[in-house]
Every structure is written in structure tokens, then in C-alpha cells.
Design a binder for this molecule. Structure first.
Ligand SMILES: CC(C)(COP(=O)(O)OP(=O)(O)OC[C@H]1O[C@@H](n2cnc3c(N)ncnc32)[C@H](O)[C@@H]1OP(=O)(O)O)[C@@H](O)C(=O)NCCC(=O)NCCS
Length: 326
């Protein structure tokens, strides 16, 4: 059995920045409220010619270069997204085409903010069983396309971004040590987009009602997020026989700085071992963890042998954690 690990990472953020001051001009909010309640100062917004797949290709090219492999060497592409270019075909198919990764299998995976960890876990199983050698996992979201810039409860939170990582067999003790994923559908309507699918196909009426925009019950999600992130993090640490004190780097999904802080405190991880970029990029859903990972790699924050814990929570609701030795 092979152990799967990261061979290379890459990310791509749109150039356009939306600051809290910009949002103050659009909705009844303030820089003070957004900063105090979320930790966010600015987020990115894709331009009209950028799509989930075009930014994914940019991030993937960087990740492939870092991994030192060609697109044609990929066995599998998994694109985690809830903001695909179009309902059909999968965004992964468009990425495969534009990367020139002919011959490999490619599919999308929808687990919202937990999606990259779901994708990593799928990649790990393919690699461990020998079914695939090189797997590209992408977390890609252009949630600005689903935001109502008149709804202050959502438009201040989310931002656009993409990141990718190439996974392949690595030599122990490096690699993915443990993972755990969960879904609890009873909370499906805590965070959802009512229209645009088969339940409510797009119509003049659905658009007039704004049913194609993200709806969120932030308060309810907050409580579930803190509880489940703590629990799932402890489970994966236990599975690997380590404790929170052993973690060198904790990368939580960037949903809200207060959620990060609450989980960090409950786990007892020192603040200097927790990565946060939420002030600069906001909540980029499934792109959040891989963007953080790529920034940590670029900043030289990861040394060989470091223990990295990643935990995420999102719509579905879904949550999960992955523990990896760098
Ligand atoms: C969304 C979130 C930031 C809201 O913060 P909160 O402290 O829970 O705030 P509340 O929803 O209780 O709202 C408090 C007040 O602020 C107001 N408010 C909400 N958004 C506001 C904004 N952008 N600016 C100013 N006021 C705002 C509310 O209307 C409410 O006013 P009221 O007391 O007069 O009714 C927070 O609940 C959160 O982050 N939840 C988790 C969301 C999440 O993680 N989603 C993604 C999952 S991946």
C-alpha cells in the first residue's frame, strides 16, 4: 500500500479587491462590524471573463510545475466546486481539456467548504490502493456570482479564489496519516441556493425573488461549526496517535476568525501554529484550505516532517479533517 502526499501546490486569486469600505457603499454595514464579527477586511471578486475553470487552470499549471510533472501524467482530476462554470459538463472536464490532460478521468465533487478535504480523501484512497499515481485536486469557487450584494448577511463573508494540489505516492513517514468526513443533511437549509436546480429551475419569477442567491443562517451554522470542527479534529489526531500539542501547523477553513479562535482554544493549539488569511481573502469555500496551504508552502512555513492538521466545515452540512505529515 502506498502513502499519499502533496507533490506540489498552486493558487490563483482574481485581481479585483472588494474592501469593507466598498461594501459600506452597497449595504447597511461598517468596516468595524465586519472586522469585529468576522475578521475579514477584503475579499477578491472575479472579473466577467474569469470563470471557475479558467482560474483553476492557472492554479493547476502552477501546482503541476511545482510537482515537476506534465498534465498528461495525471491519472485523475477532482474539482471541488459548488460554483461550476455551467451545470453540464463538469468543471473538471473543462479543466482537463484546457490543461491538455488527455486520457485521465475527471469529475466534480460538491461538498461546499469541506470539498477540498473530501477531494483529498478520495485522492488518498485512489493512490493508497494503487488505482492512481498522480491526482490533481482543485478547490475552486466563484461565489460572488451567487451573492446578493443587497444582502449584508452573506455578501460581506464570501470571496472568490482557486487553489490546486497534486497528490502522489510519498515515502513514509510523510503523507496523509488520517482523515474523517461527515455529512448531516438535516441542516441542508442552513446554507443553500434555492433556485437554479431541478427543485426550482431558473425562471423570471425565481430571479425576481432572488432565489438564485446564497441564503445563510449564520448563527445556527456558527454553533454547529465550532462543535463539529473540534470533534472531527480530535478524532483524526486520535486515529494517528498524536495530540494537539504535536501539531506544527493548523489550517482551519477560513469561515470566520471567531470560529477559528474558538476551535483553536478548545483544541489548545498555540496561536502561532494556526494559519489565517481570512482578513485578505474572506471565505472562499472549498478553495480556502488549499489557498492557505499554498501560501504556507510559498512562505516556507512548512518543514519536512511537520504535522499539519486541516479541518473544514460547510454547506450540506459537511465537515471533516485530514492530518498529514509534510
Ligand atoms: C454570519 C455571521 C458573521 C454573523 O455574525 P453574528 O455575530 O452571528 O451576527 P448575527 O447574525 O447574530 O446578527 C447580529 C446583528 O447584526 C446584524 N448584521 C448581520 N450582518 C451584518 C452586517 N454585514 N453588517 C452589519 N450588521 C449586520 C444582524 O442583522 C443582527 O442585527 P439585529 O441584532 O438588529 O437583528 C456569523 O454568524 C458567522 O460567521 N456564522 C457562520 C457562517 C459560516 O461560517 N458560513 C459559512 C459556512 S462555511
Amino acid at each position: 500500500m502506498c502513502v499519499a502526499g502533496v507533490l506540489g501546490t498552486g493558487s490563483a486569486l482574481p485581481e479585483k479587491i472588494i474592501t469593507n469600505a466598498d461594501l459600506e457603499k452597497m449595504v447597511e454595514t461598517s468596516d468595524q462590524w465586519i472586522t469585529d464579527r468576522t475578521g475579514i477586511k477584503e475579499r477578491r471578486q472575479a472579473g466577467p471573463h474569469e470563470t471557475t475553470s479558467t482560474l483553476s487552470v492557472q492554479a493547476s499549471v502552477k501546482a503541476l510545475k511545482k510537482a515537476g510533472i506534465k498534465a498528461t501524467e495525471l491519472d485523475l482530476i477532482i474539482c471541488s466546486t459548488i460554483s461550476p462554470d455551467m451545470p453540464l459538463p463538469s468543471t473538471a472536464s473543462l479543466i482537463q481539456r484546457d490543461l491538455g490532460a488527455r486520457g485521465c478521468c475527471a469529475f466534480d465533487l460538491a461538498a461546499a467548504c469541506s470539498g477540498f478535504l473530501f477531494g483529498m480523501t478520495v485522492a488518498e484512497q485512489f493512490i493508497r490502493t494503487g488505482a492512481a499515481q498522480k491526482v490533481l485536486v482543485i478547490g475552486a469557487e466563484l461565489l460572488s456570482r451567487y451573492l446578493d450584494y443587497k444582502d449584508r448577511t452573506t455578501c460581506v463573508i464570501f470571496g472568490d479564489g482557486v487553489a490546486a494540489a497534486v497528490f502522489g505516492p510519498v515515502e513514509p513517514p510523510s503523507g496523509i496519516l488520517a482523515h474523517e468526513l461527515h455529512t448531516e443533511g438535516q441542516y441542508a437549509e442552513h446554507l443553500f441556493i434555492p433556485a437554479g436546480g431541478t427543485a426550482m429551475p431558473p425562471s423570471c419569477e425565481s430571479i425576481a425573488k432572488g432565489a438564485h442567491f446564497i441564503k445563510m443562517r449564520g448563527n445556527e451554522l456558527f454553533k454547529v461549526a465550532v462543535r463539529s470542527l473540534e470533534e472531527v479534529s480530535l478524532h483524526v489526531l486520535k486515529k494517528a496517535g498524536v495530540t494537539p500539542h504535536d501539531i506544527n501547523l493548523f489550517i482551519p477553513h477560513q469561515a470566520n476568525q471567531r470560529i477559528t479562535e474558538a476551535v483553536r482554544e478548545r483544541l489548545g493549539v498555540p496561536a502561532d501554529r494556526v494559519y489565517s488569511n481570512i482578513s485578505r481573502v474572506g471565505n472562499t469555500s472549498s478553495a480556502s484550505i488549499p489557498i492557505c496551504l499554498d501560501e504556507c508552502v510559498q512562505a516556507g512555513r512548512l518543514k519536512k516532517g511537520d504535522l499539519v492538521l486541516m479541518s473544514a466545515f460547510g454547506a450540506g452540512v459537511t465537515w471533516g479533517a485530514v492530518l498529514m505529515r509534510w
